[in-house]
Design a binder for this molecule. Sequence first.
Ligand code: BGC
Ligand code: CA
Length: 437
Amino acid sequence: MNKKMAYMAMAMVMGLSVTACGGNSSDNTTPAASSNTENAAVSTESKDSTEVANKDKPLVWFNRQPSSSATGELDMAALSFNDGTYYVGFDANQGAELQGTMVKDYIEANIDQIDRNGDGIIGYVLAIGDIGHNDSIARTRGVRKALNTGVEKDGAINSDPIGTNTDGSSSIVQDGTIEVGGKTYIIRELASQEMKNSAGATWDAATAGNAVGTWSSSFGDSIDVVVSNNDGMGMSMFNAWSKDNNVPTFGYDANSDAVAAIAEGYGGTISQHADVQAYLTLRVLRNTLDGVDIDTGIGTADEAGNVLSDDVYVYKADERSYYALNVAVTADNYQEFTDSTKVYAPVANQLDESSHARKKVWLNIYNAADNFLSSTYQPLLQNYDDLLNLDIDYIGGDGQTESNITNRLGNPSQYDAFAINMVKTDNAASYTSLLSQ
Ligand code: BGC
Ligand code: CA
């Protein structure tokens, strides 16, 4: 008889004796209580990790931060669901500023040929991803801020789409000015739109391709620059119109296809360091599963040598959030970014399975058709999961309905940890309620 079975047999005997004593008078309180204590110790002994309550298992939100889509306020209940809960994303404001500056720098450097119709106005159109998503809002603001086309509303730059504004009469944006070589030029946001398809999917690349078609057929000569909240939409616009018309187009994400397009006239993009984010997404789960300090293999080197330097991420403890830092990718440096699915070398060391046992993770991608998530983020996760000894079930959503995803979290007890990418940032409770059952 092995040790565990011996404990079980003992427990059974004690269980019986407790039951037998149960109906007796209070004289039996002391022995019964001590038997109960023994019993509790035994049941702990026979427990393994699969018996951890779902509500206590590590949980990471990524790419879409639990927050109000109306006000942007963080959903701290979701972010601190349990002690092993974190968010992983990127620094939206720092990235937005980089994107705006990248566009502005390009205009300044090319001022002599940028005004295609010579009317003295530098016109741009803007593809907006999701009006209720903090990252999308930040990028719209970043561009309007750098180009001086923003208008304040409630203490921040208004990030609403304008529809069309070819005559400059919109009250959501204003005509900006930019000074180059002692000369002042007007900059106008000619049009902007949330790229949402009829089924409700946001950041929709096909919608952006159609929009640039519509815009260019009515005021194409006025469009000097195309800007997009991401590369999926940006590349769709580039391929549909701007490439053939030599109009610089700027996106965000540094997906491999967009980086390659820089050689063909794509203006530039921003790397949100998805290689660092994908690592952090899985690393925080790994650390909580291992019961080690959360900083292990992040700010503090682990035994395999994995460590991140503080120029690639920040951690904000009060938000329980890790944010990767962004880098501009332009004609000057794009050669270093040609493969967006390559793991980040400082954190590419295999963990030893004897001290980091294989664990099962449930992970969803909110929209299997999303360009960034499917062509950059998920391939990166798939590279890191092996290095971190995590067996991951990847669930792809339709980008529109939360239930399409939550329906596939029917048996959370099968998993040791969860990584969640919500359709709508308000909907964290649809997931945590399943884990709390
Ligand atoms: C990316 C977008 C993507 C979105 C999905 C953003 O961080 O830049 O390309 O569509 O995440 O949530
Ligand atoms: Ca012009």
